[in-house]
Design a protein around this ligand. Sequence first.
Ligand SMILES: Nc1ncnc2c1ncn2[C@@H]1O[C@H](COP(=O)(O)OP(=O)(O)OP(=O)(O)O)[C@@H](O)[C@H]1O
Length: 974
Amino acid sequence: MAAVTLSLVQPPCSMCFAGRRLRSVIVIQAQRGNWSKMRFSNLFFSSKVWKITYRSKHSFPDNLLEQVEKCANARLETQSKLISKVAALMEYDDDDVFDQKSDKQVKEELESACKRFPAISLGYSRPVELYSRNRFSEEANRSILKTPNENSFLPTPMPVGWLDPDSLSGTLSSFSPEPLMNVREEISDGSSFTVQTATPEVETTPEEEDSASAQLFLSCTIGSMPGLSKRQSYQLDTCGFHTMRKLLHHFPRTYVDLQNAHLDIEDGQYLIFVGKIVSSKAVRASSSFSFLEVIVSCEVTGRDQTQENLSCSADDKVGKTFYLHLKRFFRGARFTWQPFLNSIQEKHRPGDFVCVSGKVKALRAENHFEMKEYNIDVLRDEDESSLSAQVRPYPIYPAKGGLSPKFLSDVISRALRILPTNMDPLPKEITTIFGLPSLHDAYIGIHEPKNLDEADLARKRLIFDEFFYLQLSRLYQMLQGLGTKLEKDVLLEKFKNPVLNSVYIEDWSTLSKSLVKALPYSLTPSQLSAASEIIWDLKRPIPMNRLLQGDVGCGKTVVAFLACMEVVASGYQAAFMAPTELLAIQHYEQLRDLLEKMEGVSSKPTIGLLTGSTPTKQSRMIRQDLQSGAISIIIGTHSLIAEKIEYSALRIAIVDEQQRFGVIQRGKFNSKLYGASVISKTGSSDSDDTTKADLNMAPHVLAMSATPIPRSLALALYGDISLTQITDMPVGRIPVETHIFEGNETGFKEVYSMMLKDLESGGRVYLVYPVIEQSEQLPQLRAASADLEVISQKFPNYSCGLLHGRMKSDDKEEALRKFRSGETQILLSTQVIEIGVDVPDASMMVVMNAERFGIAQLHQLRGRVGRGTRKSKCLLIGSTANSLKRLNMLGKSSDGFYLANIDLLLRGPGDLLGKKQSGHLPEFPVARLEMDGNMLQEAHIAALKVLGDSHDLEKFPALRAELSMRQPLCLLGD
Ligand SMILES: Nc1ncnc2c1ncn2[C@@H]1O[C@H](COP(=O)(O)OP(=O)(O)OP(=O)(O)O)[C@@H](O)[C@H]1O
């Protein structure tokens, strides 16, 4: 907006202060262009001002001042009346304009008034900037001015800058109106002032638009939007709508399916009517309250449902006339000014054809309905009515920070009118490939869709953007970390064709090969290719960030062991972090056994176990060995990332059951940089091409997920992570049978009988409970401790063990050991056994109150059985008949990925990932990961394409600018 020059004329000495201030206020208001608005209402001189304004706008301020001069010499009573009225109209307090104080007081008051109204400056004033401008807004305005006003959904702006009641009403009534667009005009004394005019409609082609400024449009401050008063801008700004982007990203909560009006209208329906304006009346109800009522009569035809004859002949059609009372209310003295009322009244001319949509409320009179929230389009002629009456979705906005949905929807509509068409930072090629609308069309489509398909497509584009910039930023950051163009190309290629990057088993290190030989089974094809992919990564200097996933019991651990062997063979160290002590011990024992069986290796890797329960003296020794390099593979819990642990050359960190750790915990390995002093403990001749450049780098990170994370989630969580999936199960595995029972007498009877049968045939049974102790608050939940006695009595010939999180570490280990060895045949446990526990002889899993667990969690529990050669069963007991439906899904599928997707859909990412991880999920205002995951993949491909074309985005400056404006997202490990 243009700056306004303000000159305060020195008042004549004879003039009383009230006169001086009144005069100042008038001058200011005049120069701001407000005289032409409702601020001067039905005062005795408002009509004069009005006339003067029209007669000779150039002499307007002088004439006004003359009035004030006269007023200054008038009787005090007259003066006082005049000043109060002027003050009320101009939104100033009486005291601002009128007081009778000493000169000193006057001076003080004046100074404070100047502070309140920064537009006022004393003496011979210098120009005052009333509106702050920034480069963006200037540029944007330039493009805004050029943008064709192409949408006719909203009423066109009113002439000469009247506040448009249809677009900014109700809540706006308390706002002071401000110029829509400032145009400088000359006044008689040669100084300039600004008046308000409507947004000019300049037709230009998109090519003519300044594309750079158009792309900056979204970053413009809300204050740069034409047509908003300062107060409105302030309110929007304080409610979080700082920029045009923020405003346009206030999306409709939902769309109401607007129906064409029919003969039977019910209260509260959202309907669309086409009719003729019968009357338009703006009424001043009190000194500070007014309203506008537009009555539209609509002829609606249809078949009378009450008629018995339901044949479809045209003659059966009946017509009804409905009267819609469209109402808008205005609060504030300035809205009661007659010219204002006239103006809003005249905006709706009787006889005009209009299309009205909104929510109807029945009035007492028959066929009369009220609409307080509505949209009204004036149609050019009756013929257009059929076109415009097409059903369209009616957006429903959420309120925000005290701003009403109606106000927000009006402001958004205004913003859409000035949206530059060429504002899209995405290259055209990308939008074409993925069949996306332009950004301009997407904003229009989401806020004012013609139909739900258009809204859907718009939503698709906005979701794509959310995912795309996430992927782009993560890949871009990765590329920035690399030196040469070749390295960057290789990395991008790796993301494009991950399967191509693998190392044949012949090229594995001798250590890895001998581990494979030591295994009591052969690796499945999936395990082999997963290991090959990982080993390919390990041979590169760039730190790997890979997620290894596979269904429960598919054999991920051995793949991770192979990765450890590979780095140890090159003279580095490996760390293997498990979420529980039980699991760490299990892995340690498994690896120790395998190493013992390894043959043909002169020097076997040294391994260590470090957990929270490791005695202090022992843990100190382990720390020293890690620092000196005497230990090559360390297995443990969180202790591995403790501050005081120093590695001599940590090259790979394996995070098992990674969902149990937060992103930060996993990332802590990144601070354990490996240094220049490379050690060699194995004496192996194998070596990867270590160069000076790969020293002092963060270790490779291999995360393993027991709960298969849908790819969409993984991409959203990590963006840059490589995924490796083990898709097949070891041969000979017999699928676990799943049975669902209701937890009533019959159900339990059957469960106990199945248990007995299994125990009699030599099986071992897990009984899983949702809680340890019975609780008064949740008496329906079966508790592990409480049930120990019950189960022992039920199965007197078998011994029972108990395992839960509150037990001491040694006791837990002992309970598991006894179960594994067969000393106990029944293990009552909580979900501590959910992850990783590997007892191949366990053949039955019974889950009490199974509805308390998520689907993915139940799948994990089920995975504790069927790990050996025995046929296994999983019995899920739901508390109520209702809960069985969800549980039945487990009965239907044993595919962990499928079930994880269902869980994602049913419970959302937060529950699936757990608190620790989901806290690091970026926020997606539009996208729902559970539904829109596929698009993440598309966005990933698009980001790779763009970066492939230009590594540093130099070819796409708009994209680069957009990326820098979006919030930077953290990488795994930040
Ligand atoms: N190729 C294979 N053939 C036969 N058995 C295998 C094979 N790979 C692994 N196993 C065995 O399968 C069992 C499960 O393996 P592992 O513990 O690695 O599974 P996992 O993928 O980590 O599952 P979970 O997520 O449940 O821990 C182990 O007893 C392991 O020895």
